[in-house]
Ligand binder design. Structure first.
Ligand code: GLN
Length: 197
């Protein structure tokens, strides 16, 4: 079976590991290059993308992750993890870099200060209705051709904004399925990794 890693430098990696365990997986926490080599897929958690970028650089993980992604590693990024998987960022910190791979532009902290954290019903293509938990979340400002839009905001001032995307082996959500008891997005990713979704 496939081994799924969770990048454990920063952020809510424990919650992702718990979601994977709840669906029968045995996740590996990935902090070092030799741990990255053991995994067939990777989750990049929520947290803070500038901190994650700096820690990945210090841990000598930035280039190894970039390289595995470029070679086709399946990755699921949530919130800061979505930012890390995007080719371009609007409102990036000075010098901020991403692993990239998804030909999308994300806007950091897109929902504004008044609505830092909120829950929103989401209709997710291939899954159905779920509760999106958003915490200082990005949205996807723009996607290149070939990127599949899986969910958009359906009410309020951000109506129509893209909050879940997939291209090939790469999946990203603005919201945090790992902070809910609903494991369907993790199951969707496991199916992707197995080549059946
Ligand atoms: N605003 C954070 C960032 O820029 C992301 C927040 C989150 O992951 N909950 O990285």
């Amino acid at each position: 079976d496939k081994t799924i890693g969770v990048l454990a430098l920063q952020g809510d990696f424990r919650e992702h590991a718990a979601s994977l365990k709840a669906i029968g997986q045995t996740p590996v926490l990935v902090r070092r290059p030799h741990e990255l080599e053991q995994v067939d897929a990777l989750i990049v958690p929520g947290g803070e993308s500038t901190a994650m970028w700096k820690l990945a650089t210090t841990a000598e993980m930035f280039e190894p992750v970039r390289k595995r992604v470029a070679e086709g590693l399946p990755v699921f990024g949530t919130c800061a993890g979505m930012i890390m998987m995007a080719d371009r960022i609007v409102d990036a910190a000075a010098g901020q870099q991403t692993f990239g791979g998804l030909p999308i532009t994300v806007r950091r902290n897109a929902f504004g200060r008044q609505t830092e954290s909120f829950e929103e019903p989401i209709s997710f293509t291939g899954i159905g209705e779920l509760t999106g938990v958003f915490i200082r979340a990005p949205w996807v400002e723009d996607v290149e051709a070939g990127v599949e839009v899986l969910a958009r905001v359906t009410s309020g001032p951000a109506t129509g904004r893209i909050v879940a995307v997939r291209q090939g082996n790469l999946l990203a959500t603005s919201f945090h399925p790992e902070l809910t008891a609903d494991t369907r997005v993790h199951e969707y990713f496991v199916d992707m990794v197995r080549g059946s979704a």
